[in-house]
Write a protein of this length. Structure first.
Length: 563
């Protein structure tokens, strides 16, 4: 370590910054999480419409090997990267928060980016994870736009850049709650001046700040160093109201706002260093993504352009400031997830809007595997915040390596021990059982045999939950329909679900579980059908070995396959 001007610096330089970088023209791109299950699938879209876009910007873990193991589209990306270049946009990289990224992780990041020939690495300035555990939905925490937030972000950015052999590009973060006295563009300009890092301007994130602060969309752009912007992002989102305030919620599955298309058209000619425009179209069906890309192609015409020589400012060689002890990131965490009152931080209304979004994402994550238990024990905003504010949820962000579902199961068990008359025990037992049904593959049937469908399993419980399974669907449908009509989600209607759970009768109860995109779907079946399906999970049978009528019923319900 070295001491200068009364401040402590950490010297961890692994890559000496070159005098300049050569930044290629990338053009128009489409974002991807490199999963074959996601839409749009970029390579299918490009095959159907050659020239629709020029590159893929993808998000994945920092480690190349981990990305190869978990990203199902990685092999195709790797094979086609010479014809369809890529930009690596990791969302596992802290650029604010209580601790710097481990050097080991940054070495892996650099190796990953070099292997795929990404000319730069861009990321939102925020706190994304704790010891590798991301916040649900990758909803990071934005730094306060003040001197303390700037100092910590400078330390993070310089620390990351020291380990990279290509530029780190800094993206303005999404904003719901106002924290600090500066405009987001002033904060980003100061961060650029202190680090020398080029900038990525996300238009939806800028819109989120302007709405939260009650400012016109273009406020702050005059005087902002647009000549330092090498990439622009445009994506979908939703404008919502909370009292007199308006908020932009960054949700890429939503339509792109007209204001953002217009802003993009005005900014492209004002950014002389621009190298790439990325459409973050996650969740858009192919035909919808293609329509947006065709519109964007008019603003970013196809064709090569000369590379840009990016001269590295002296600021990028500044010593890395050591992070000081700062409780604010965890204070924002506690307020954002309901572990502390929102009055404990700046901007109560903005913090409540941020909390709304975080709780909605947690509910969506839990409903994939715990839909019954979540409705029974955490169906209201207050009950859901009781979970996210619990010690079990906080332990997610420790070296234990647990999942949100595991944390929820621990919390639910404690809750039921403390209040045994709540009636959720049988639902929790069912949903803890379901994953184990899929641990073994089912045998494929030979010609002349029938076997269980690969995405179906059968089970039984000593408690009859047939009414509860039906009631959960019926209550969700009823309350959602009323909310659309009235604008109010009346969650007191969940009380009927708790009554059903408390009066569940004795079994045995037979059911099937089927994998769906949003989780597992449970359906009641007759005892005879349940026994038949459980036999097929062990060994396929000929139709002659099965009671008349069972094969036809199972076939009509899509539960079995023929060899």
């Amino acid at each position: 370590m070295a001491v200068a001007a009364g401040r402590v610096y950490v010297e961890e330089m692994t890559h000496a910054a070159p005098p300049s970088w050569t930044l290629p023209w990338r053009g128009l791109g489409l974002s991807s999480n490199l999963s074959m299950a996601d839409v749009p699938q970029p390579y299918r879209l490009l095959d159907a419409s050659p020239g629709l876009f020029d590159y893929v910007e993808y998000s994945a873990p920092l480690s190349l090997e981990e990305s190869k193991a978990h990203a199902s589209l990685f092999p195709e990306m790797w094979r086609r990267r010479q014809d369809v270049p890529v930009l690596f946009h990791p969302v596992h990289l802290n650029l604010w928060g209580p601790g710097l990224e481990p050097a080991r992780a940054l070495v892996e990041l650099d190796a990953h980016a070099r292997a795929v020939e990404s000319p730069w690495v861009g990321n939102d300035v925020g706190w994304w994870h704790v010891e590798g555990q991301p916040f649900p939905g990758y909803l990071y925490f934005t730094p306060p736009f003040n001197e303390a937030g700037l100092e910590a972000s400078v330390a993070h950015a310089l620390h990351v850049q020291r380990h990279l052999s290509m530029p780190l590009v800094l993206e303005n973060p999404a904003v719901l709650a106002r924290r600090g006295q500066w405009h987001v563009l002033d904060f980003m300009a100061k961060l650029h001046a202190r680090t020398g890092a080029p900038l990525l301007l996300d238009l939806g994130h800028l819109f989120s700040h302007q709405l939260s602060a009650g400012l016109p969309l273009e406020t702050g752009l005059e005087g902002f160093p647009l000549d330092q912007v090498i990439e622009l992002h445009i994506a979908g989102g939703v404008v919502t109201h909370r009292g007199p305030r308006r908020f932009y919620v960054d949700d890429h599955t939503q339509p792109v706002r007209e204001e953002l298309f217009e802003l993009l058209a005005s900014l492209i000619p004002r950014c002389p260093s621009l190298r790439a425009v990325t459409f973050e179209g996650d969740g858009h069906p192919p035909e919808v993504a293609a329509a947006s890309l065709r519109r964007l192609r008019e603003l970013v015409p196809a064709g090569a352009r000369p590379p840009l020589t990016w001269r590295v400012p002296e600021a990028s060689a500044a010593p890395v400031p050591a992070l000081t002890e700062d409780s604010q990131p965890w204070a924002l965490f506690d307020a954002g997830y309901g572990a502390a009152p929102v009055t404990s931080v700046e901007d109560e209304a903005g913090t409540l809007a941020d909390q709304d979004f975080r709780l909605a994402v947690v509910a969506e994550v839990l409903d994939r595997d715990w839909p019954l238990t979540r409705l029974l024990l955490a169906g209201t905003r207050e009950a859901l915040a009781a979970f996210t504010g619990s010690k079990e949820f906080r332990k997610l962000f420790s070296p234990l390596g647990r999942s949100p579902g595991q944390a929820f199961a621990s919390w639910a068990m404690r809750r039921l021990r403390e209040s045994p008359d709540e009636g959720g025990s049988a639902a929790l037992t069912l949903e803890m059982l379901l994953p184990s049904l899929f641990l073994r593959r089912v045998p494929a049937p030979a010609p002349g045999q029938v076997g269980l469908m690969e995405d179906v399993r059968a089970g039984s419980l000593p408690v009859d939950l047939s009414e509860l399974v039906h009631a959960a669907r019926a209550v969700r449908r009823h309350l959602t329909a009323r909310a659309w009509a009235s604008g109010v989600l009346e969650l007191s209607g969940l009380e009927s679900l708790n009554q059903v759970a408390r009066r569940a009768g004795p079994g045995p109860w037979s059911f099937t579980a089927r994998r769906r995109a949003g989780g597992l779907e449970v359906t009641t079946v007759s005892p005879a059908m349940g026994e038949f399906l459980r036999m097929l999970a062990v060994q396929p049978l000929t139709e002659a070995e099965v009671a008349p009528g069972l094969v036809e019923e199972a076939r009509q319900r899509g539960l079995i396959r023929r060899g």
